[in-house]
Structures are given as structure tokens and as C-alpha cells.
Design a protein around this ligand. Structure first.
Ligand code: ZN
Length: 148
């Protein structure tokens, strides 16, 4: 195989796009208040969408904890503001909050957590955001969640 052929095969295998839809996401976070990705594109044909958050930083959950929360973009600020009040024991999310479509636990250094949800929670024509509900993080630690 020449290099050109390898490049072409790779391109075909990954659909040729920079962002390709998928079902299983690994999201890495560290001691910064941001996700490394600003957009996640999931495939509408997935039975379940799984998101695993992995904290590769050095700081503990009570100092620089992170989670991955999915909600309608319009609900993010209220969810995060109310979640701040209920503390780390509740992963900074009001228990039973129906606006939270999916969420992992808060993780600190060296920890990981997962959540799985049906793509059916996504309504056509709505805008969705993934974010971290740790106090003060949601304003910068967020991105667009798109179902294709
Ligand atoms: Zn965070």
C-alpha cells in the first residue's frame, strides 16, 4: 500500500469529515475549566449514546471537579445555578431535575464516570448543550451537542 492509498482508506473509514457522528464518546478533562471539544455529534441511529468523562488533572473533585451534563441550551443556566446550591454530594444537580437529560457524577483527578441515554431524548429543532455543573464552570465549560 502506498501512502496515498493508506490516506484514502483512512479517509473512507472515517467518512471524510472532521467530525463524524458516533455512539460512544470519551471526554477528557483536566485542571482547566473547559472541555477540549466545543461540539459533539452523535448518531441518531445509536441504540444508546454513551459518554465517559475522564479527569487527567491533579486536583480533587471538591476543588476542580467536573461532570458531563446534557440539557436544552435554554435550560443550562437555571440547572447550573440551582445545582450549585445542592452541593457535591448531589453532583451539583438538583435531584430529579427533569431538565437534565443525561449526567455523569462529578469526577476529580484520576477518576472517570459514564452516562448512557437514548437519542430519543433529543427533539428535532431544539438546541442542546453539554456542560459541567461544578459551581462557576458552566459559563466556559460547555459545547454544542448535535444529533445527526
Ligand atoms: Zn468543570
Amino acid at each position: 500500500m502506498t501512502l496515498d492509498r493508506i490516506a484514502l482508506a483512512t479517509l473512507l473509514a472515517f467518512g471524510g469529515g472532521l467530525v463524524h457522528a458516533e455512539c460512544d464518546f470519551k471526554v477528557e478533562v483536566n485542571d482547566e475549566m473547559r472541555f477540549k471539544i466545543s461540539q459533539m455529534v452523535a448518531d441518531a441511529s445509536c441504540d444508546n449514546i454513551k459518554v465517559t468523562i475522564n479527569h487527567t488533572g491533579k486536583l480533587a473533585a471538591n476543588v476542580m471537579g467536573h461532570n458531563w451534563v446534557l440539557a436544552k441550551s435554554a435550560d443550562v443556566q437555571a440547572i447550573a445555578t440551582e445545582g450549585m446550591m445542592v452541593g457535591l454530594d448531589n453532583n451539583y444537580l438538583t435531584p430529579g431535575d427533569a431538565r437534565v437529560l443525561a449526567a455523569t457524577d462529578i469526577v476529580g483527578a484520576g477518576e472517570s464516570a459514564s452516562t448512557s441515554f437514548s437519542p430519543k431524548v433529543i427533539e428535532t429543532g431544539e438546541s442542546y448543550t453539554f456542560f459541567c455543573s461544578f459551581p462557576g464552570h458552566w459559563a466556559s465549560m460547555k459545547g454544542d451537542f448535535i444529533l445527526k
